[in-house]
Design a protein around this ligand. Structure first.
Ligand SMILES: [Zn+2]
Length: 184
C-alpha cells in the first residue's frame, strides 16, 4: 500500500474541508490515517485457498454452523464502516471438514478490503464452495452501515440482512429450516 500517497491525499482533504492541517490536533493525522488504512484494508496477506486448503477427514456429515462471527469492514461506495455479525453453515461432503476457526479467518480476510454487503456474503459462500466443496453452504450477514446512519437516509440502528444459500440449502427446505432455527 502506498502510504505516502494516502498521507498526501488526507492532507489535501483537510485543506479542502477548510481545516488547517498544521494545527496541533491535526499535525499527525495524515500519517495516522495512512497507517490505519494499511491496517484495516491491507493487513491481510494470506490467501483464502491457503486458509481453507487443509481439510480434515472426520466421521461427520451433518451440518456445521458457526454463528455470531463479528466483523468490521468498509463500504466501497462511501469509505465508511459497516459491521455486524455473520453466520456460516455448511454440510460436509465425503466427511471433508474444515477447522471451525478457519471460517472466522475467511471472514477476516474478506473484510480487510473495500466491500459491499451482498458481495461480501457471496464471497464467503463462494470461498467455501470452491475450496471445501461441501454439499451446501448458507451464509447470513447482518450489518449496520454508517453510510445509512450518519448520512443519506439517516436511519440509526437499521440493520441490513443478506443471505446466500448454495447446494443443499437451496434444494432442501429441511436443511434450510434447520439452519434458520440454529441462527435464530
Ligand atoms: Zn455506503
Amino acid at each position: 500500500m502506498d502510504k505516502e500517497k494516502i498521507r498526501k491525499a488526507v492532507f489535501d482533504i483537510l485543506c479542502a474541508i477548510g481545516e488547517d492541517p498544521d494545527r496541533p490536533g491535526l499535525k499527525g493525522t495524515p500519517e495516522r490515517v495512512a497507517r490505519m488504512f494499511e491496517e484495516i484494508l491491507g493487513g491481510e496477506k494470506r490467501d483464502i485457498s491457503e486458509i481453507l486448503g487443509r481439510t480434515h477427514e472426520l466421521e461427520h456429515d451433518e451440518m456445521v454452523v458457526v454463528r455470531d462471527i463479528n466483523f468490521y469492514t468498509m463500504c466501497e461506495h462511501h469509505l465508511l464502516p459497516f459491521f455486524g455479525v455473520c453466520h456460516i453453515a455448511y454440510v460436509p461432503d465425503d466427511r471433508k471438514i474444515v477447522g471451525i476457526s478457519k471460517l472466522a479467518r475467511i471472514v477476516d480476510v474478506l473484510s480487510k478490503r473495500l466491500q459491499v454487503q451482498e458481495q461480501f456474503t457471496n464471497q464467503i459462500a463462494d470461498a467455501l464452495m470452491l475450496h471445501v466443496k461441501p454439499k451446501g453452504v448458507a451464509v447470513v450477514v447482518k450489518a449496520r452501515h454508517m453510510c445509512m446512519e450518519m448520512r443519506g437516509v439517516q436511519k440509526p440502528g437499521a440493520r441490513t440482512i443478506t443471505s446466500v444459500v448454495r447446494g443443499l440449502f437451496r434444494s432442501d427446505m429441511r436443511t434450510r429450516d434447520e439452519f434458520l432455527k440454529l441462527i435464530e
